[in-house]
Ligand binder design. Structure first.
Ligand SMILES: [Zn+2]
Length: 475
């Protein structure tokens, strides 16, 4: 990993510390998140920005009484009652217990399965559909509206967190903010902002593809040279990025500079790449590799050794092969691959012990295939050797780990954020039951009930009181 000279000021301190610490300690100390202690309240995202202390989430308690609780750790489902206060899980009680606040809202979920909300690590909330008029394709306003619609569909599918790995302009950050304020029904949004790629790289192929060179709200930021890759990372950080998304092509020096800059800012890096570009990204210290694209056995071994995770996203390629018979005209997809080769890659990654998370990469109008698209992705995990329960752990706990949010999300445990779903069935035994999500709680807010999305009701604010008129107030 390259080191920039401007950080040499604390080199002496570091050297002293490093003498007694394991090899990874240096990168840990240079990760800004690790300088925020447990005593400081921070934002509920990977940025870990200090925030004012105090209660968060809606007032009151919700009790999910007597369901089969699959807690996301991999242990078998067992009967229990989940108590939520504001936006946190405060108790997991034996099914016969009734110790909850007197004014709690009690929902009987007997016979149903209560589990952590699902996580989708690979979304593009704002990408165009085939019927999107050209003048709206990369317009921020239209992109935001497309995202708002999709958030609702993800919520209805039991997905309570999405990692958006490229969207137009500031749209994903506005969507994140409006969901966090419960002004839009949907999953939490963890956004990368723009995808960063080399000139003419993936996402910016051909003259017709817009990038930030010719359209500031484009979803792609072309960058050239290590300094510009660093600058592109900082631009996403400035917008509010929760992670950084890179795509091939790049030079070794470019990907190393971008990963170093992101890590120093406290952001994880995920990379959409193939062949030797994956090797270079893993050598640079990338946290995650997206997609099942070809790479050498040596690269897989290096991923295992470095703890590089993978989000295999088999389902979009299944759709590409089923709809069009292959991947044509793409200059960034110049290699042999097939549905079978993708599945074989997933098996190899699993055998190598690589951490695998769940992402669907539903571009164009494929979000309309939800919830089945998500279920199909989980079925690929089962086909690759996961048990049904292990596939659900990948969708919850492991995906929260890949997000860097496993201290707050991914399992049902006291103290975790209240992202909880109720499924009318036993998805830990039959994945198809995930098509029957009946209740979704995100951050303590009920956003889906009886299968229908709940929009927070308008609470009227009192009209102005003429006795409190302030003369001369300007508008
Ligand atoms: Zn994608």
């Amino acid at each position: 990993m390259t080191r920039s000279p401007q950080r040499s000021w604390h080199a002496v301190t570091l050297l002293i510390l490093l003498a007694s610490l394991p090899a990874l300690a240096q990168s840990k100390l240079e990760d800004r998140r690790n300088w925020v202690g447990k005593s400081t309240a921070v934002s509920d995202d990977p940025r870990r920005v200090p925030v004012a202390p105090g209660p968060r989430g809606p007032e009151g308690s919700i009790v999910l009484r007597g369901g089969r609780v699959f807690d996301g750790t991999g242990s078998a489902a067992k009967l229990a009652t989940v108590v939520i206060e504001r936006n946190r899980i405060v108790a997991l009680l034996p099914p016969e217990a009734t110790q909850w606040p007197a004014n709690a809202r009690v929902i009987d979920v007997a016979g149903k399965t209560v589990m952590p909300g699902l996580i989708d690590l690979h979304t593009h909330l704002t990408y165009t559909e085939p019927n999107t008029p050209e003048e709206q394709a990369e317009e921020g306003e239209s992109a935001t509206l497309r995202g708002a619609e999709r958030l609702r569909v993800y919520a209805q599918s039991g997905i309570t967190s999405v990692r958006d790995v490229a969207s137009e302009g500031t749209a994903p950050f506005r969507l994140k903010q409006w969901v966090a304020e419960n002004r839009l029904p949907g999953p939490r949004v963890f956004a990368a902002g723009q995808l960063i790629t080399g000139t003419g790289g993936h996402g910016a192929e051909g003259m017709w593809r817009k990038s930030s060179h010719d359209q500031p709200v484009a979803a792609v930021r072309e960058a050239s040279g290590p300094d510009d890759w660093r600058e592109a990372v900082r631009e996403q950080f400035k917008r509010g990025a929760d992670l950084i998304k890179l795509a091939s092509h790049y030079s070794r020096a470019e990907v190393a500079a971008a990963v170093d800059e992101a890590h120093t800012l406290g952001l994880k890096v995920t990379v959409d790449a193939e062949t030797f570009y994956i090797q270079w990204a893993v050598e640079a210290g990338a946290d995650t590799i997206e997609h099942p694209l070809p790479r050498s056995d040596e690269t897989i071994r290096l991923m295992a050794r470095n703890g590089t995770a993978s989000v295999p996203t088999l389902v979009p390629y299944i759709y590409i092969f089923d709809l069009a018979g292959g991947y044509f005209g793409s200059t960034s997809r110049r290699f042999d691959f097939s549905k079978e080769a993708n599945m074989e890659m997933l098996r190899k990654l699993k055998r190598a012990g690589i951490k695998l998370g769940v992402g669907t990469d539903l571009v164009t109008d494929w979000f309309r295939y939800l919830p089945n698209a998500y279920i199909t992705e989980l079925k690929q995990f089962v086909a690759a050797g996961f048990t049904t329960e292990q596939a659900l752990v990948a969708a919850t706990r492991t995906s929260a780990e890949i997000l860097g949010m496993d201290d707050k999300l991914g399992t049902l445990a006291v103290g975790k954020l209240a992202d909880v779903i109720v499924v009318d069935g036993q998805p830990d035994r039959n994945l198809d039951d995930l098509s029957r999500v009946s209740l979704v709680v995100r951050d303590g807010h009920v956003i889906l009930e009886n299968g229908r999305v709940v929009i927070a009701p308008h609470v009227p604010v009192p009209e102005p009181d003429p006795r409190k008129t302030v003369p001369g107030k300007e508008w």
